[in-house]
Design a protein around this ligand. Structure first.
Ligand code: FES
Length: 98
């Protein structure tokens, strides 16, 4: 096993999990999680933050009923009920942390 520090100042894991049609449990993919991740990646690139901010796609993070959901490090905050209007602020905060 190799082990080394994460090379980004901020890492955001956005749930993009998709459940099968008809599933009784909601999923973040059906609530815009995939599009939000793509938007945040584009914001990071547009602002030249690729060396310090990384936005990963994630499987289910356990907050399905309050999704879309993300987890941010290094603060470890769980971000529930993400909305389009939150994305710029998240990237602004990441840019300010480096
Ligand atoms: S499907 Fe996104 S948190 Fe469970």
């Amino acid at each position: 096993m190799l082990k080394f520090p994460v090379p980004f100042e901020t890492t955001i894991f956005v749930c993009t999990h998709k459940r099968p049609e008809g599933s009784p449990k909601p999923c973040c993919a059906d609530r815009g999680g995939r599009e939000m991740r793509e938007q945040m990646k584009e914001m990071v690139k547009a602002r030249g933050l690729e060396e310090t901010v990384k936005v990963y796609a994630s499987g289910c993070l356990g907050g399905c009923n309050q999704g879309p959901m993300a987890i941010r490090y290094p603060d470890g905050n769980m971000l529930l009920g993400l909305q389009q209007s939150d994305l710029k602020a998240l990237i602004d905060e990441a840019a300010d942390s480096d």
